[in-house]
Design a binder for this molecule. Structure first.
Ligand code: ADP
Ligand code: MG
Length: 372
């Protein structure tokens, strides 16, 4: 019968493998945007302008004024595992850039039409290049696939068109352009809070005014006011927390186990006091400048506020945690969304504790130091 007959095992086509892999990293327009924003910040940009059509499904364009990409690097730009940020395995333990896998642009080129306009300071003109399935391609059939010289400012513009054109099931799962657009705005808003010295803007293509716009001169509290409004800003507390630095304990190598328990960290938090009540918790968590999620941290902070706010009310919390890159494992998931670090429970408790004390005293900024 049909049931007992095994089907032959076949090798998947390379193009299909790549498309499946790309789907693991690029879930929706907002996840593509997160990767691209991180690239702009890695490139040292102080201005990032986003233009969106149809929730990013028709067009997602990100223009920055960062360092640009060298013309000679353009042929391999969208190949998988090409990166300027990592060259040896040991680099992984001291990585300070967002990127390092060289997978984002490659992935995007497998599920969208990707083009790039870029100019470094030393080049006299910009270069434009088109990519498909990891390769540099001609803009039109019959033309040569070389990057073409064009006019352009210093920096890089990444243009993504027709996202998921070749994965119809993914496309049909994302029905609402307005839902995708609000997710895009949410990601930019969070990065704008975390990078108050970078000017961000986001608008719909064809619209005269941006839906989000920040100057390049804010402080964190001002950025929160601008992006989240006065009702949050007026009830905001601020604290700086951290492990006490080990004195004179330079010789870490010989005492690996112990020094690892005493992992060094600092955290900065802006969080609402008991006067502010939201229906839904707004939680911005950055670990080593990467926007991540931690249900463990979220639960711990929710517990703190459950003792302060009435039932059903939630706070706003922006938390920026910095840990020795050596102690963070960013390599657990392709999207790098899930981050694990050494002494996670201990650090989480100490942060929750710090917020708790601050809420209890309702005083102004103060520094708590912890001896671990
Ligand atoms: P990764 O960020 O992991 O290196 P990506 O695929 O995101 O991988 O990017 C590949 C390379 O392209 C980067 O290492 C960087 O050299 C270059 N790049 C991408 N975006 C930009 C940008 N906006 N400005 C300058 N260089 C960029
Ligand atoms: Mg990247």
């Amino acid at each position: 019968s049909v049931v007992n007959e095994p089907l032959p095992i076949r090798r998947l086509q390379e193009s299909l493998i790549n498309r499946i892999a790309a789907g693991e990293i690029i879930h929706r327009p907002a996840s593509a945007l997160k990767e691209l924003l991180e690239n702009c910040l890695d490139a040292g940009a102080t201005s990032i302008r986003v233009t969106v059509k149809d929730g990013g499904l028709k067009l997602l364009q990100i223009q920055d004024n960062g360092c640009g990409i060298r013309r000679g690097d353009l042929p391999i730009l969208a190949e998988r595992f090409t990166t300027s940020k990592l060259s040896s395995f040991s680099d992984l333990s001291r990585i300070t850039t967002y990127g390092f896998r060289g997978e984002a642009l490659a992935s995007i080129s497998h599920v969208a039409h990707l083009s790039v306009v870029t100019k470094t300071k030393t080049e006299s003109c910009a270069w434009k290049a088109h990519y498909l399935d990891g390769n540099l391609v001609a803009p039109k059939p019959g033309q040569t696939p070389d990057p073409k010289p064009c006019a352009g400012n210093d920096g890089t513009t990444i243009i993504i068109e027709d996202l998921f054109y070749n994965t119809p099931t993914r496309l049909s799962a994302l029905r609402s352009a307005s839902e995708e657009y609000s997710r895009i705005l949410d990601v930019i808003t969070k990065y704008a809070v975390h990078n108050p010295k970078v000017a961000f803007s986001c608008k719909k293509a064809g619209s005269p005014s941006p839906d989000l716009s920040t100057p390049s001169t804010s402080e964190t509290a001002q950025a929160i006011r601008l992006l989240y409004g006065h009702s949050i800003a007026k009830d905001l507390l601020h604290t700086t927390l951290g492990s006490k630095k080990q004195d004179e304990d330079e010789d870490m190598e010989g005492d690996e186990m112990e020094s690892r328990d005493d992992s060094q960290w600092t955290a900065e938090a802006h969080f609402t006091n008991a006067n502010y009540q939201s229906k839904k918790m707004i939680f911005l968590l950055f670990i080593n400048h990467r926007l991540v999620e931690s249900s463990r941290m979220k639960r711990a902070l929710e517990a703190v506020y459950s003792g302060v706010l009435p039932k059903g009310a939630s706070p706003f919390i922006y938390l920026s945690l910095q840990i020795n890159p050596r102690d963070v494992d960013v390599n657990v998931h392709p999207t790098k969304k899930e981050v694990h670090f050494l002494n996670e429970d201990g650090i989480t408790d100490q942060i929750a504790d710090g917020l708790q004390r601050q809420l209890a005293s309702q005083s102004h900024s103060r520094v708590f130091e912890y001896q671990t």
